[in-house]
Design a protein around this ligand. Structure first.
Ligand SMILES: [Zn+2]
Ligand SMILES: [Zn+2]
Length: 344
């Protein structure tokens, strides 16, 4: 089969490798769509991922496809079924799993290698996080289940309510998914970000105000001015993953407001914390990581019932051979939201 192999920094090669054979409890799926993601871009830029991958290695972790082969002892699934799976599964046995925080599992088992014609799913992912795609939902849309599940985890924590003003920092796929869910819960959303197509997607997703970061000298002030009485948003969601954006989110939210620091920053980075403000302005500060089997299921529901529109998030398709070029292009131009890589 053809597969994209990561060799190191900005070095991805298409290679012919053997199709894996499913062992006990495992399932081989034929990939229909594998979506590009900011995490893959970070992996491409750095040449590895501390928790998930060491090169040479297959990568790509947002995917949907059809079941090609069943390993021994697999029950409840059949060949030809359209499926989507999460990129990880918790162990159900560790300290955090027992506390019902499976996203923090100490033995989280990851699967990578979706930029290929076939992908072998480990038994634990088959058991915990493999779902059938409902008939009316396209595989391309279903492939959004994993990133959306991370966003659903964030929404569970900060719970935007009807009539609240929500500011979202970042117009990437994550910011745009937060936007759709916040609008769905009746909040008024101000989104600030970069990239013409991404900002257009924000407009089409129902944002009340869309601000182009490239045109603002003082983004904090511009956002504040768009909020009732200029007090700042009730809720601020950081979806950038840079310390500077974390700082902006903390300074932007109104007294009594809630902040969700969502984007993962590089290891070792820090932000200053205005202790006086956190106390006297009674700020509630949250952060979330990854997804749970519950949010994976909720995400697929949101895609199936139209709560989240996939067409505003997956904006183009490309064959597998174009992946190296697309990743290189994403390093400098992040205008397209997500690309669906179609391996065959
Ligand atoms: Zn991702
Ligand atoms: Zn665990």
């Amino acid at each position: 089969m053809k597969a994209a192999v990561l060799y190191g920094k900005e070095d991805v090669r298409l290679e012919e490798i053997p199709v894996p054979s499913p062992g006990a409890g495992e399932i081989l799926i034929k990939i229909h769509s594998a979506l590009t993601c900011g995490t893959d871009l970070k992996i491409f830029r750095n040449g590895s991922h501390a928790r998930m991958l060491k090169p040479p290695v297959l990568f790509g972790h947002e995917f949907a496809g059809t079941i090609e082969r069943l390993g021994p002892e697999v029950t409840g699934w059949r060949i030809g079924q359209r499926v989507v799976a999460a990129n990880s599964a918790p162990c159900r046995r560790c300290f955090y799993c027992k506390k019902n925080q499976p996203n923090l599992c100490e033995n989280l088992l990851f699967v990578n290698g979706a930029y290929a014609e076939y992908l072998l799913l480990p038994a634990r992912i088959v058991e915990e996080n493999l779902l059938e795609i409902p008939p009316k939902l396209s595989s391309q849309a279903a492939a959004l289940t994993e990133p959306l599940a991370c966003v659903v985890r964030g929404i569970q924590v900060i719970r935007p309510a009807k009539g609240e003003t929500v500011a979202i920092l970042g117009a990437g796929p994550i910011g745009l998914m937060f936007l759709q869910l916040a609008v769905g819960s009746g909040a008024r959303v101000i989104l600030v970000g970069k990239g013409k197509k991404r900002l257009q997607a924000a407009q089409h997703s129902g944002a009340e105000t869309v601000l182009d970061l490239a045109k603002l000298s003082d983004p904090i002030e511009a956002i504040r001015q768009a909020t009732p009485e200029g007090k700042g948003p009730d809720l601020c969601i950081e979806a950038v993953g840079r310390p500077q954006a974390w700082t902006q989110a903390l300074s932007l939210v109104r007294p009594g407001g809630r902040v969700l620091l969502f984007g993962g920053c590089p290891a070792g980075t820090q932000v200053p914390l205005d202790t006086h403000r956190v106390h006297y302005d009674e700020l509630s500060i949250f952060s979330v990581f990854h997804h749970t089997p519950e949010t994976i299921r909720q995400a697929l529901k949101y895609l199936s019932d139209g709560t989240v529109r996939a067409d505003l998030l997956v904006t183009r398709q490309a064959p597998l051979r174009d992946l190296p070029d697309i990743l290189r292009q994403m390093l400098t131009d992040q205008d397209a939201v997500k690309t669906a890589i179609i391996p065959s």
